[in-house]
Design a protein around this ligand. Structure first.
Ligand code: DX5
Ligand code: ZN
Length: 236
């Protein structure tokens, strides 16, 4: 059963990316991650076209939903997110995030967001890659629950953080966006302070978190680093 959805509330959320977990023990990994204090589970869906990698489909998301007690944050790195949105919603996605560059989205971002609303998505996110101009995103802020600023080119875990995207994070907050501002890619103890200081509050971590000898301590440490940096950045 999924607990009450989290709302923008000044919290720093830490989201382990399941891409880095042991796929042979998914249910155990979910239990371990949740016991360690994860706020949501980040689920990376890849189609082998939008990104050169393949991962989970709706049936697997449904299996995760059945064993999870925290909400599922489903990151769709697929060319046809609208074609599959209903299936992912039926599978239990709580946040459904589409990419601004996806074939089905790029020519009508507003239409894609409306379609997800019509389908009853509980929360809608819009992700964008490091080389996508911010002005493609800004007109849609008021219709979004979350913006995902990618700090890598999506497709694989374990890549180096691209600090140049931090100006976009700050600019999205400066534009008045009060929703969840997520970052994904290369987040670790060195880069989380930079993200939170710029205004990000929803932090995805794969390889760095799964490298921690003690996941609970790792999550608590990442959250604390985020809270300290957030205050330094001038955010409540
Ligand atoms: C990559 C995914 C990420 C990935 C991050 O395309 O969107 O969620 O798991 O992994 P790390 O934290 O290792 O960069
Ligand atoms: Zn992701």
């Amino acid at each position: 059963m999924v607990t009450t959805p989290l709302e923008p509330d000044g919290k720093i959320l830490i989201l382990p990316s399941l891409l880095a977990c042991d796929f042979a023990r998914l249910a155990e990994e979910v239990a371990r991650i949740e016991a360690a204090g994860a706020d949501m589970l980040h689920v990376d869906v890849m189609d082998g076209h939008f990104v050169p990698n393949l991962t989970f489909g709706p049936p697997l998301v449904k299996c995760l939903f059945d064993v999870a007690t925290t909400p599922l944050d489903v990151h769709l790195m697929i060319e046809e997110p609208l074609r599959y949105a209903q299936a992912f919603l039926d599978a239990g996605a709580h946040y459904l995030t589409i990419h601004a560059e996806a074939a089905e989205v790029k020519d009508d971002i507003a239409g894609a967001i409306s379609k997800l609303r019509e389908l009853g998505a509980p929360k809608i996110g819009l992700a964008f890659n490091p080389d996508t101009p911010l002005d493609r995103i800004l007109p849609h802020l008021e219709n979004l629950d979350m913006v995902l600023v990618m700090s890598i080119f999506p497709g694989f875990g374990g890549q180096a953080f691209m600090g140049e995207v931090l100006t976009n994070v700050r600019a999205i907050r400066d534009a008045g966006f009060k929703g969840r501002l997520e970052m994904d890619g290369g987040l670790d103890e060195n880069t989380i302070p930079l993200c939170a200081e710029a205004g990000a509050d929803t932090l995805v971590s794969g390889s760095a978190l799964f490298r921690q000898p003690d996941m609970a301590k790792g999550i608590a440490h990442f959250r604390q680093l985020g809270l300290e940096a957030r205050a330094k950045g001038g955010f409540a």
